[in-house]
Design a protein around this ligand. Structure first.
Ligand code: PLP
Length: 432
């Protein structure tokens, strides 16, 4: 399978290049040159298969020309080490709990798949890859835990000093082994700029194989399709149409759902649910697509003013905007609405995190306006990850799950650096 750039369909590269480069040189996103459609027979029997069995088939459909069966099995086995159950919250409304992985958010799926795939692609080379990541929180923890102990890969995480919650910080500063955390005396944008500069620096790139495990990487994007197949297979078969509601920021997660649909999964509609960073809901309702400065909210992992996966949404519909607007409906909510939903659903016995709450509300509004549906909203993080917001909204004390509590015990180890590219560069050159 070749992968093309959304900025230039003529620019096509191998799987290996798409994964190691991450972003195309023209800044486009890589897409598979064709989308394989799975047989009706396979779709009809999904409910008889385990999560991993579904994973082998779906991943084979895309990667079988490039990877052996053994490699595909080890990739899926490494990724799906935890479950993604659907939980009935009320009639026709299901929560797809994607927070049962090591860092309690859905990004664990993509990060685990990405790390394993990189190590498979590099197994025959003597190259050591250095993964550079700038993070404001969640990405750092998912990537660090996904790559922990993976041979041939060193991860360097840059994070802004004092700007990341203690819990998030602990998840990538206490690991050791092949994970190094650099505490930058600056803000997130400074970290991102330093990483970008490193990728462009001829000197560094001559001597080191640098890569990014950024969320637009196909190795993080594609595996997210797996839990749509799995969730769909566990829904009751009652003749109702199925809608998925996805709390969205960079729109990678919902784009993976649409990929699953294009591969033959009969999802009838999608809801793109956002906070007040509502560029895409506005677009879906007829406005121009217009990036804006991001606005801070309580669902902060979705505070994105220029969603980076947007070109993928269009590409999945062959560039046909009308089709995109037909299948995907946009809704957005204020923080007040989000808190109200968290309280209401808590009273009926389920605890939402602020991101899942946005997804839930989008689903409810869609089902209210369209009859004959049952639906799933993606609960993208454990409420304990956003402890302060949840405790304040619900006026209670949360008990952290053991895995989260365990991180809090670890000892933070960081290397402090100035907000200065030359210092970062010197550090990389001396270390490697
Ligand atoms: C990253 C993230 C999102 C947004 O996902 P996208 O793929 O960027 O749309 C939603 N919820 C949580 C908890 C996240 O960490």
């Amino acid at each position: 399978m070749k992968f093309y750039s959304t900025n230039n369909p003529q620019h096509q590269v191998s799987l290996s290049e798409a994964v190691i480069k991450g972003l195309a040189p023209d800044q486009g996103l890589y897409m598979p040159e064709r989308i394989p459609v799975l047989s009706k027979e396979f779709i009809g029997k999904l409910h008889e298969k385990s999560f991993k069995e579904i994973g082998y088939e779906v991943i084979s459909a895309i990667f079988s020309e490039d990877l052996t069966e053994d490699q595909i099995h080890s990739l899926v086995d490494h990724t799906l080490t935890f479950d993604a159950p659907i939980v009935e919250v009320e009639k026709d409304v299901y929560s797809l709990e994607l927070f049962h992985g090591p860092t309690l958010a859905f990004k664990d799926f993509g990060a685990r798949f990405c790390s394993k795939l990189m190590s498979l692609l590099l197994a025959d080379s003597d190259k050591q890859v250095r993964v550079l990541v700038a993070t404001s929180g969640d990405t750092g923890s998912a990537v660090a835990n996904g790559f922990l102990g993976v041979e041939g890969v060193e991860v360097i995480i840059l994070f802004p000093k004092g700007k990341v919650s203690e819990l998030q910080e602990k998840q990538f500063t206490t690991l050791g082994q092949n994970i190094t955390a650099l505490e930058v005396d600056g803000v997130f944008d400074d970290c991102q700029r330093m990483v970008k500069e490193a990728f462009l620096d001829p000197d560094l790139n001559e001597n080191l194989l640098l890569t990014s495990a950024n969320s637009i990487n196909i190795a993080r994007w594609i595996p997210q399709a797996l839990y749509y197949f799995y969730a769909f297979s566990r829904m009751p078969k009652n003749g109702k149409k199925v809608v998925f509601s996805v709390p969205s920021g960079n729109f990678g997660n919902i784009a993976a759902g649409i990929l699953a649909q294009r591969m033959g999964l009969p999802i009838d509609h999608f809801v793109a649910a956002t906070n007040v960073n509502k560029v895409v809901p506005d677009y879906l309702r007829g406005a121009e697509f217009k990036a804006m400065a991001s606005i801070q909210t309580i669902s902060n992992s979705m505070d994105v003013g220029n969603p980076s996966n947007f070109p993928r949404l269009l590409a999945l519909f062959g560039g046909d905007e009308n089709q995109l607007k037909e299948y995907v409906k946009g809704y957005f909510y204020s923080d007040q609405e989000t808190v109200a939903v968290m309280q209401e659903v808590f009273d009926s016995g389920y605890t939402l995190d602020p991101h899942g709450a946005v997804g839930y509300k989008g689903l409810k509004d869609f089902i209210g306006e369209n009859s004959g549906y049952q639906g799933v909203f993606l609960e993208t993080a454990h409420p304990g990850k956003f402890r302060e917001t949840v405790e304040k909204a619900l006026d209670l004390k949360l008990t952290l799950p053991e895995r989260l509590a365990a991180f809090m015990e670890g000892e933070k180890k960081v290397k402090p650096i100035q907000n200065d590219f030359e210092e970062f560069k010197t550090y990389l050159r001396l270390k490697y």
